[in-house]
Design a protein around this ligand. Structure first.
Ligand SMILES: Nc1ncnc2c1ncn2[C@@H]1O[C@H](COP(=O)(O)OP(=O)(O)OP(=O)(O)O)[C@@H](O)[C@H]1O
Ligand SMILES: [Mg+2]
Length: 234
């Protein structure tokens, strides 16, 4: 393999990333590459290390330094399960937090997530789904080349989740960041991603591409098998 193949077009390049807590190895010489503009979903059992991997990519895990190669673009945005808005800042101020002179862009981002006109609301005046849309606007306004999302819809009801899927997919198609979406939901992964990965025993243990070569139900069955789910759920 040419060492530099694809270097210009990779949004994420991880080689040999190891992360342990005490004696417990969570990520074990993990390799992962995500080309620019690819939408990847990451599945894995609870405790398999998905959030650990995301934190390493987000630069939020300082102890991970020196245990492998982690390359990400300059502009990375992160969305979590809870919107993490500052309650004492109005919606627009939350969106443009830390950015100078970005009010116009902030308003445009709010418009994009369907919250035009709500810029002066306080976070606690918004529903959970609306708060999560503010979090998406806040990530968008930074024009990320890589969007990291850790179960961003995990706390939402089923209908709101479906609406958020459509919104995220639309925003992705307009802005084309690379995306790494952590989810527990196999169907969410299949609905949204171009490629679905399964994290297991510290490595990417399975991969499925949504390229039309196989049906969603075949892919779903493969992913469930990789996750160790047997029988015929749902
Ligand atoms: N700060 C920490 N100190 C010690 N152990 C930790 C710490 N953070 C995470 N762990 C352990 O690392 C393992 C992986 O955690 P992580 O949060 O990455 O899992 P996850 O795949 O995101 O799980 P979930 O699906 O439940 O969110 C878990 O066993 C967890 O207990
Ligand atoms: Mg997690």
């Amino acid at each position: 393999m040419a060492a530099h193949a694809g270097r210009l077009t990779a949004a994420v390049r991880i080689q040999g990333l190891t992360r342990s807590y005490g004696e417990r190895v969570i990520l074990d010489a993990l390799d992962l590459e995500i080309p620019s503009g690819e939408f990847v979903a990451l599945l894995g059992q609870s405790g398999s290390g998905k959030s650990t991997l995301l934190r390493a990519l987000a630069g939020l895990d300082h102890d991970v330094v020196g245990t492998g190669l982690v390359e990400v673009p300059e502009q990375v945005s992160v969305v979590f399960q809870d919107a993490r808005l500052l309650p004492w800042q109005r919606v627009l101020d939350n969106v443009v937090l830390g950015l100078d002179g970005a009010a116009g862009k902030g308003l445009a981002s709010l418009e994009e997530v369907g919250l035009g006109g709500r810029e002066r609301a306080w976070p606690n005046e918004l529903s959970g789904g609306e708060q999560q849309r503010v979090a998406l606007a806040r990530s968008l306004v930074r024009e990320p080349r890589l969007l990291l999302a850790d179960e961003p819809f995990g706390a939402l009801d089923a209908l709101t989740r479906l609406k958020m899927h459509a919104l995220l997919r639309r925003l992705y198609e307009q802005h084309r960041p690379a995306v790494l979406l952590v989810t527990h939901d196999v169907d969410e992964a299949i609905a949204l991603a171009d490629r679905v990965l399964v994290l297991q025993r510290g490595r990417i243990a399975a991969e499925q591409r949504l390229d039309g070569a196989r049906s969603h139900s075949e892919i779903r069955a493969e992913l469930l098998r990789a996750l160790g789910v047997t029988g015929e759920p749902r």
